[in-house]
Design a protein around this ligand. Structure first.
Ligand SMILES: Nc1ncnc2c1ncn2[C@@H]1O[C@H](COP(=O)(O)OP(=O)(O)O)[C@@H](O)[C@H]1O
Ligand SMILES: [Mg+2]
Length: 339
């Protein structure tokens, strides 16, 4: 069966207009998400992951932020400039979103039930009683024990993990085609994190909900995603299937992210971290943005910007090592890279 593309970003540019100048936080990002697929966006903090997802929802704070170029195709519609009325329909009804800190998205003054019922009745004309029953079902769907009791509790009465489940229930209340999850497990401890990832995997299987999972943690991507987009300094630097990327990373930045993953055996070893820091988007230099931190960088990397080289089907890398012209450098990298 041919894949149905649900969401397609094409050369998206989102800038912030600040006192310190124009900041290109998202700088020409393109990728797509198919029906029922789970795609990860990974990169260190400050790489533009959240601004990318907020752009899809038209939730970038404006001012100072603004989408200044590109297209966001949702099904057959370019929603980059969609009217607020249309965006309200899309948010919650067609694309659901959850964030890192569920407390900030839940109203502390209302019970879980009040908020779920309101979310359900916002889009559909059903009775309060029916909406309440659906709310209980949703809480059960996301694995909340004693859902009949929790529905009358307030957010502060729940643990962080339970609140995140409620947020997922809220996002799922209108059975969206896409769930965007921005660092959904970052604030949670590992056991709870694993449970939340399980819930998202189940939702994907049972309801065929496509998931765009945004995280700084490649380990989380490895758990849940089929395909991954690696972002650095507002750009996509590598794309591929999770299997290929973990086995055979093609960008030095991805290689560094993999090396930074805690290993099962080496818990007494000092954890590797990529030297240096993500450049502030306002401070862009000539050449490859990763060059100053890259152990393979050569002259050209500091002068010219690499394009996103196509390495295969849905397999790309923004690195001169994959430019055919750089035969020797690429060979050198391959010999050092494989380790
Ligand atoms: N409200 C804002 N005002 C100005 N700049 C912002 C704002 N929000 C984000 N940015 C810029 O966008 C960059 C990318 O941010 P973000 O998408 O949140 O990164 P990530 O989610 O990958 O950690 C930040 O480094 C910052 O420079
Ligand atoms: Mg973020």
């Amino acid at each position: 069966m041919p894949k149905e593309t649900l969401l397609e970003l094409k050369d998206l540019h989102t800038h912030f207009f600040t006192d310190n100048g124009e900041i290109p936080a998202v700088n020409g990002v393109s990728f797509s998400l198919d029906k029922g697929e789970i795609v990860g966006i990974v990169g260190e903090s400050g790489c533009g992951k959240s601004v990318t997802s907020l752009s899809v929802m038209q939730l970038v704070p404006n001012p100072p932020g603004k989408i200044v170029g590109g297209a966001i195709n949702f099904k057959d519609e370019n929603i980059v400039n969609a009217a607020q009325k249309r965006m309200k329909q899309i948010r919650g009804n067609e694309i659901g979103m959850i964030f890192q800190e569920p407390m900030t998205s839940l109203n502390p003054l209302f019970t879980i039930g009040n908020q779920l019922i309101e979310a359900i009745r916002f889009h559909r004309k059903i009775s309060k009683k029916e909406a309440r029953q659906e709310s209980v079902d949703l809480l059960k769907l996301v694995g909340i024990p004693r859902a009949e009791g929790v529905i009358d509790e307030y957010p502060h009465q729940l643990s962080g993990g339970m609140r995140q489940r409620v947020m997922i229930a809220m996002a799922m209340s209108c059975d969206p085609d896409i769930l965007i999850a921005d660092e959904p497990t970052t604030a949670l401890d590992v056991t709870i994190q694993a449970q939340i990832l399980d819930i998202m995997r189940d939702l994907n299987r049972e309801r065929d909900t496509a998931i765009l999972l945004i995280t700084h943690d490649l380990g989380v991507v490895a758990e849940l995603c089929e395909r991954v987009i690696v972002m650095y300094a507002g750009e996509v630097v590598e794309e591929g299937s999770v299997r290929e990327i973990l086995k055979d990373p093609q960008h030095p930045y991805t290689k560094g992210l993999i090396r930074s993953l805690p290993t099962l055996h080496g818990d007494d070893q000092k954890l590797y971290s990529i030297p240096g820091t993500v450049p502030k988007p306002g401070m862009k230099k000539a050449g490859c943005q990763f060059a100053p931190r890259c152990e393979f960088a050569f002259d050209r990397c500091f002068k010219e910007e690499p394009e996103l080289y196509e390495l295969g089907k849905s397999r790309t890398s923004r690195c001169f090592l994959y430019d055919k012209k750089e035969g020797d450098a690429a060979k050198h990298a391959e010999s050092t890279f494989g380790s």
